[in-house]
Design a binder for this molecule. Structure first.
Ligand SMILES: *Cc1c(COP(=O)(O)O)cnc(C)c1O
Length: 402
């Protein structure tokens, strides 16, 4: 009973609303494409052949299932709770993002589209999209702020090597939110042959629920793995929250288990003032951005705020609407970790376990490093290690932590 109630709560209504959050705030010209997408996705979801192909590629191409690893040295170092890492960093292209890119790529093909477009901040979602475009024989264009292109030159090159056209966006702050505006403009103009492959649980319905469903495999695997290894469910799930896709992918299948506490960690950046962080729940309030009603960092006049995080994947002024609803209900606790704490957490993991995490999940680890020592040794924490640190080597090098 509780289970069905909680699941009903976590599934959006017909208008894509999670309580008051979510929905479909798009111009008239995009209404038809998002409705077409919703119908196509509903049909694909119920199609066994589609599901079989999706799971085949997750397994044979992306490398699923990913291991759940009991980090014994980190656990011993912290002296409290048992820490397990869900190893999404071992996936092809180095992060969880490939799950969603494969799902939407297959869907685009099923819809008869021949062209993918995407936006990217750090380039991780762009690389995942470029990879899937090559795999499925689709053309692709990735929009990226010029500022981000300069910061992430090796990912720009990767995308080009994979055959994708990378288009620099020089408007606004020349970062992710401007790239999203440009991708939406392209979609309106080219909707007949183009699918917009959105990179997180953001945007108008059905994107938030669709992207979550493509990432649910993370939580499903974790559940089976922790039961096999520890014989019971975890006490805590911890994940970083950018748009919110790796975290909801881990959390969703545990929402109905009252004994499993959940913690989402946002980017605390370099300070508490607006513009210095990307902690939407600490410093934002409800508003509309890129087609959805959710928590948004904005000025008193409702202008979208600039944001800062050392990790590009967490550096976005809005959060997925399902998280806004989980925040409102209190089911998930949200907190933040600073740039410095994330850097130090990455170094700690590198030196205790020989694993260099991406800076995004290093935020989740930073929170665990704070809390685990105060917990009993029979407490179980699962941390989603959403990506590996290769892409962040330049930042680690210039940070002075070594
Ligand atoms: C993009 C990214 C994130 C943030 O996105 P979510 O949608 O919040 O998961 C987190 N970790 C890594 C490694 C990423 O590349």
């Amino acid at each position: 009973m509780t289970q069905s109630l909680n699941h009903a709560m976590a599934w959006p209504d017909a208008r894509g609303r999670y309580g008051e959050f979510g929905g479909r705030f798009v111009p008239e010209t995009l209404m038809h494409p998002v409705e077409e997408l919703e119908r196509a996705w509903e049909a694909a979801r119920a199609d066994e052949q589609f599901q079989a192909e999706f799971h085949r590629l997750l397994k044979d191409y992306a490398g699923r299932p990913t291991p759940l690893y009991h980090a014994r040295r980190l656990t011993e170092h912290l002296g409290g709770a048992q820490i397990y890492l869900k190893r999404e960093d071992l996936l092809h292209t180095g992060a969880h993002k490939i799950n969603n890119a494969i799902g939407q790529g297959l869907l685009a093909k099923r819809m008869g589209k021949t062209r993918l477009i995407a936006e990217t901040g750090a380039g991780q979602h762009g690389v995942a999209t470029a990879t899937v475009a090559a795999l499925l024989g689709l053309r692709s264009v990735v929009y990226m702020g010029e500022e981000d292109m300069a910061r992430q030159a090796s990912n720009v090159f990767r995308m080009r090597l994979l055959g994708t056209e990378v288009v620099g966006v020089g408007s606004g702050s020349k970062t992710l939110k401007d790239a999203i505006n440009e991708a939406m403009r392209d979609w309106v103009a080219n909707v007949s042959d183009t699918h917009y492959l959105l990179g997180s649980v953001l945007g108008p319905h059905p994107y938030p629920v669709m992207v979550r469903e493509f990432h649910r495999v993370i939580g499903r695997e974790t559940r089976a793995e922790i039961l096999a290894q520890a014989g019971r469910l975890p006490d805590y799930l911890v994940a970083c929250v950018g748009g919110g896709s790796n975290s909801i992918g881990l959390f969703y299948d545990f929402l109905a288990d009252p004994g499993v506490k959940m913690l989402g960690v946002e980017a605390g950046g370099r300070g508490a003032n607006l513009g210095e962080h990307a902690a939407r729940f600490a410093g934002g309030r409800p508003g509309v951005l890129h087609g959805t009603y959710t928590y948004v960092l904005q000025t008193g006049d409702g202008l979208i705020s600039t944001t800062h995080s050392i990790s590009a994947g967490l550096d976005y002024p809005a959060v997925g609407p399902e998280h806004a609803s989980l925040y409102a209900s209190g089911r998930v606790e949200y907190t933040r970790a600073s740039d410095q704490a994330a850097l130090e957490a990455a170094r700690t993991l590198a030196r205790t376990e020989g694993i260099i995490p991406a800076l995004e999940p290093a935020h989740a680890l930073a929170e665990v490093i704070q809390r685990a020592p105060k917990m009993s040794k029979d407490t179980i924490i699962v941390v989603n290690l959403s990506g590996r640190g290769d892409k962040d080597m330049g930042i680690f090098q210039s940070s002075g932590i070594v």
